[in-house]
Design a protein around this ligand. Sequence first.
Ligand SMILES: Nc1nc2c(ncn2[C@@H]2O[C@H](COP(=O)(O)OP(=O)(O)OP(=O)(O)O)[C@@H](O)[C@H]2O)c(=O)[nH]1
Ligand SMILES: [Mg+2]
Length: 522
Amino acid sequence: MSDSRPRRTFAVISHPDAGKSTLTEALALHARVITEAGAVHGKGGRRATVSDWMDMEKARGISITSAALQFTYRDHVVNLVDTPGHSDFSEDTYRVLSAVDSAVMLVDAGKGLEPQTLKLFRVCALRGIPVITVINKWDRPGLSALELMDLIEQQIKLRPTPLTWPVGEAGDFRGVLDRRTGEFVKYTRTAGGATRAPERRMPASDVDAADLPVWQDAVEEHELLEADGADHDQEQFLAGRTTPVMFASALQNFGVAQLLDLLLDLAPAPHATEGVDGSVREPADDFSAFVFKVQSGMNAAHRDRLAYARVVSGTFERGMVVTHASTGRPFATKYAQAVFGRELSSIEEASPGDIIGLVNAQALRVGDTVYVGDAIEYPPVPTFAPEHFMTVTAADVGRYKQFRKGIDQLDQEGVVQVLRSDLRGDQSPVLAAVGPMQFEVVEERMENEFNSPIRLSRLDYQVARRTDADGAAALSGKRGVEVLQRSDGTHLALFVDKWRADVTARDNPDILLEALPAGGAA
Ligand SMILES: Nc1nc2c(ncn2[C@@H]2O[C@H](COP(=O)(O)OP(=O)(O)OP(=O)(O)O)[C@@H](O)[C@H]2O)c(=O)[nH]1
Ligand SMILES: [Mg+2]
């Protein structure tokens, strides 16, 4: 007996600090308030959001790791993943993008498009993920709405098709013109009840005198957009040629209800997915799922290791025995959870689009496929070229066991890449990162979660190229290069700089030295 409610599975992405976690929280709270009235208390003065549960995230006010939330709204099941905006954590964001059907891209009205925004848009385009754009922080002074539309069109080459248009410039947010109905959705500041959508709909004829001048500006601009053909077209949106745009203030909860409705109405439902061998699974086929994230440390009371799997096809039933594609071994799914930030609740079944947490599924790694029936394996998630390298040792040699366990776990989560060589031995592996903040996360978690403080020591390498066992042998002893092996088996040749890497490649055309996809801020 499967749950036939429709699903929406999407990620919230953007450059750092645009308000992703704030919006995520507002969306989930709004849905919960509507669905189970009274079940959730107002936000009050609480600083941290549901998705920023990690100590380090609370302390710094930034997201460091992605977080999944599942809730129901209007008889839909919504799976939402909040992602970190900082480019040092972009591998995590990219892993999430391999598991969702659409993305909500936030743009800070005050900052416009930043390099990270452009990169994320490109990734969505490459993966064919339709993008809904939310211009956030309209309660604060910023660029003009038309200016922002121009930026999106010129820099992202995606046609913006606004569904709402702001009434009042950035910093004077009176509400929005709903371009589909012509109504004024007036923004009403409510004290307290932060979880209620603070909005009132009215026909144009009811706009009061105080709002009339800015309303008329909005109407004029709306007509300009109309004349320009900048109206929503579902087919163009799903094909990744246009992006519907909305204006919001996540912090004030304005635009949140509109966005949720929009997601249900326009965002794509789970669809067929292609495996590496070209075979395709339709949502109605046998069960299959894809692991896009592994996380521990969500609950200090007990060791937890959660593998996040996105159900691609079929119905998942707790306890079902599935095949683990990378090993071919059977795998029993005893403990399955629905996830809401760090809160888990047992589930009996799940449908395509759902994100489920499999507890203590030690065998599962990021990128793994599990399935029943005919074999299927989904494409692996990308890893980026690391540009920062450190050796790591246990500060207290008496805690070597904890040290090893912690490094292994963080390696599996992809917090950093862990590289080893016979020469360096297991006592001091090399950590490789896309950005330096990853090392800070390792330090903090090793000390507080695994009780094994560490020492890091910088290595003088800047460039990694992929090689193979033959390449490793041929390069051994050469100056300015060292070959190490990543835990997934990949051989990485580390060079002091790009010049050395290029010269080595030129002088040794028979050695495999392949550039890796650039991550980070590049
Ligand atoms: N004025 C205003 N501030 C906002 C709004 N949305 C978020 N903020 C504030 O912006 C800051 C960053 O918000 P977050 O939600 O943590 O941003 P984020 O995009 O999740 O940041 P990272 O995950 O670190 O990339 C916080 O101080 C929020 O209170 C908004 O609509 N208006
Ligand atoms: Mg965040």
